[in-house]
Write a protein that binds this ligand. Sequence first.
Ligand SMILES: O=C(O)CC1=CCC(=O)O1
Length: 270
Amino acid sequence: MQFARIHDIALHYQTIGGPAGRPVLVFANSLGTDFRIWRDVIVRLAGDFPILTYDKRGHGLSDIGDAPETIETHVGDLVALLDHLSIKDAVICGLSVGGLIAQGLYQSRPDLVRALILCDTAHKIGTPEIWNSRIAAIEADGIDSIADAVMERWFTPAFRSEQALALAGYQNMLVRQPVAGYTGLCAAIRDADYTEAAKSIAVPTLCVVGDQDGSTSPELVLSMAKLIPGARYEIIKDAGHIPCVEQPEMLTEILRAFIDTLPAGDNEHG
Ligand SMILES: O=C(O)CC1=CCC(=O)O1
């Protein structure tokens, strides 16, 4: 296992080597998940690209740090992790809140970003009321109390009925996140709005969404794609909010096809 001390907290990450001269694919995961959700995509891409996955502060094996946090706190962590690993040329693939972090990273350090892949995410996710009531429910009754509803947004009815074992595992992943890590991230999502910033994105951007996403609907993701100059928009059939789990093969194909269109960069990854 790999850990880095970033801004005085331990961040858990994983690097997988790949050919020199190719951008590093950086995967940022969603609320309530750790980086294991990318496994079935990564096994298909390993060897073709250098890869970095990591657990945000407050999730997985990473420390929580001091409250309150904002999306910019997470952006700062990722910038510092990229610096720590001497990564200067990255394609950032962010799922849900990971997509907010990807947008924030581009705003703060565009020099590091060759392209963006915004997966089941938006320029603004939810409303203050939604996030405040989720935080209140968890503070009163724990993450368990919202877990069934979250599973319905993460996964399609077909996945939930046919993959009971996997569903139980992902539900375990959700409820085992630290409460303070989960609610701190809910507050950071509540306070983030990249609507204006999206209009100034000037790197190739792919917006992709599961056709049955219960958290960031295809309509919402399309509205983000329309804000971003030249962005591509793709829908993944038979997927909810976490296509890297439900349709990894299709997602990988879409990612590869997008990355193949990218102009060659000048940067070298370290
Ligand atoms: O838990 C959900 O509803 C899904 C989600 C919203 C933001 C995020 O990262 O995941």
